[in-house]
Ligand binder design. Structure first.
Ligand SMILES: C[S@@+](CC[C@H](N)C(=O)[O-])C[C@H]1O[C@@H](n2cnc3c(N)ncnc32)[C@H](O)[C@@H]1O
Length: 214
């Protein structure tokens, strides 16, 4: 696999990632609230099979496992080996037997068929191929199932004066202006006939939910 900028960045921060993301609180962002909103929005049930794109160190795993139970399956895909090492530690420490970790660029990942949910928190817009990924995800979902995104966006409100500070803060994590310019929710709206969009954190964050029709 070709090493890219994002991998270099996340290799450096993998061990401290879980502590480092808490620093977003200094900027007024309760990231945990958005993680919960994302998993709740999937409306999962016991026994479901879910894919998390860009799962990182696995900070969303416990919440998903709580809902899908031992009968379900969670597949975490990430491009950074060292982030997956941290995720694997969590999996082993918690004795989760139903989490599969896949080391891949999510643009190359082939979704299994008949999925009950796909989601990504702070990850999909790293890829210029987000549109194709969302289209492939749509095809892989069962009817009435959801593709959920939490990601960053450029604020259109007064808060946009803080954009330079935010960009500096996220630079070590491999995010740049391109990241914030990508508008993956628009692909959710394009492919999913049913979708919702909600902004948060002064317009710098959004939750987008696409539901496949029956
Ligand atoms: C900000 S972290 C988010 C991790 C996790 N979703 C969370 O909420 O804590 C972004 C993650 O996306 C992964 N990532 C970025 N681009 C990717 C790509 N093209 N394919 C797979 N993973 C990618 C990075 O390696 C990193 O682990």
């Amino acid at each position: 696999m070709k090493e890219h900028r994002v991998v270099t960045a996340y290799r450096k921060y993998a061990e401290n990632y879980d502590s480092a993301v808490k620093l977003y609180r200094l900027l007024g962002l309760d990231i945990d609230k958005f993680r919960k909103m994302a998993v709740d929005a999937l409306e999962l049930s016991k026994g479901d099979t879910v894919v998390e794109l860009g799962c990182g160190t696995g900070l969303n795993f416990s919440r998903v496992i709580e809902v899908i139970g031992k009968e379900g399956k969670l597949i975490g895909v990430d491009i950074t080996d060292k982030m997956l090492d941290q995720a694997r530690n969590k999996v082993n420490q918690n004795g989760w037997k139903n989490i599969e970790l896949i080391h891949s660029d999510f643009a190359d990942y082939q979704f299994p068929k008949e999925l009950d949910g796909i989601f990504a928190t702070g990850a999909l817009q790293y890829s210029p191929h987000f549109d194709k990924i969302i289209k492939n995800g749509y095809d892989a979902l069962k009817p009435r199932k959801k593709f959920v995104l939490v990601d960053g966006k450029m604020s259109q409100g007064l808060a946009k004066i803080f954009a330079p500070i935010l960009l500096n803060f996220t630079k070590p994590f491999g995010a740049d202006k391109e990241y914030l310019k990508r508008q993956a929710w628009k692909s959710i709206e394009k492919y999913f006939e049913n979708s919702t969009f909600q902004e948060g954190w002064g317009g710098f964050l959004y939750l987008s939910v696409g539901t496949k029709p029956s």
